[in-house]
Design a protein around this ligand. Sequence first.
Ligand code: SAH
Ligand code: SF4
Length: 391
Amino acid sequence: MPAETPITQDVLTIPRKLPEGAGRNIVGLTRDGLREALAEIGTPEKALKMRVGQIWQWIYQKGVRDFGTMTNLSKDYRALLAEHFEIAVPEVVDRQVSADGTRKYLVRIAGGHEVETVYIPEADRGTLCISSQVGCTLTCSFCHTGTQKLVRNLTAGEIVGQVMLARDDLGEWPEPGKAPKNESRLISNIVLMGMGEPLYNFDAVRDAMKIAKDNEGISLSRRRITLSTSGVVPEIAKTAEEIGCLLAVSFHATTDDIRDKLVPINKRWNIEVLLNALRAYPKLSNSERITFEYVMLKGVNDSDADARRLVKLIAGIPAKINLIPFNKWPGAPYERSDWDRIEAFADIVYKAGYASPVRTPRGEDIMAACGQLKSATERGRKSKAEIAAEL
Ligand code: SAH
Ligand code: SF4
């Protein structure tokens, strides 16, 4: 880790804010991408590796947005950076705090589009739920985001930028070298469970998570990052190889008939095909258990027979079953299963040898719970014809 130059008189005479050009945003560039960008502005080849590391530390570990404050770089070099680049994160246009401490950020990205990011504090961790797309191409019938057309994919900068803006809000920018252990951080975990299907925006999600994992970046262990997919089978092995994070899968049903209705991507890759891809995941990614997410919908997928089928289907896969009480949204065509039904289901799963935690709904009062996210400005509901065309 390069030592930081102590602040000298010389440094203090620089104006606090150097004029920033309308330059290229370097947030979200991979190490290689930043290296290339720095080479293009004339950074000597032999200094490139070190400069990338230094700049990453300022941006991702200290939260600096102004090249002028990068005190271990020469004055001239800082000016050169400011002339060509900017350090920009998406803007928070609204922040709501739930009675339970959950925070929901409405985030504006380029083009005036909006996504939501949710921070969930718990006793032993703080989880940031981030979005990967504005809307979603998929149309899971119980999901609010699914009623919103895909507007666009987020860039890697907009994905990792959500971590940065939440850190701004929480005031969590540790000094490099003094970073607290992962578990004592305010943001100790990241889940890609916000708006969108992360595996339909693979490259940007991968690049953003590389920065999240990097020791000179956000510096979170890959075991503290969970990506949730509805079951984009061809990308599952790639996720293991290129991201290596934990995997969660929106399973939600135990027969193809029901899963076709709840998670229509099942018509493309059905339960059997999905399970085969999941069987290979732990070995490929060298990770522990896969999380099977299972939304509890009254009278639809919550019977004892479903619970028994579920444990049979996943036999042999190291797994935990996360039961998610359905969260209502305006016009939703389902009801949440009763608590005694959820408990009976959890009990069968547990007795079969699987952890079966029931996910406590968080931030319901601010519509921040799973599946409730949808940006207010993008209300366009898909027509029946559009939904049918996508299936
Ligand atoms: N597109 C990805 C990740 C985002 S959804 C995926 O589908 O996995 C995160 C989780 O919330 C998924 O398991 C999703 O199925 C679940 N979810 C969606 N709508 C919900 C709702 N209304 N109530 C409870 N969970 C919901
Ligand atoms: Fe998209 Fe996931 Fe919602 Fe399905 S559950 S519509 S994949 S965000």
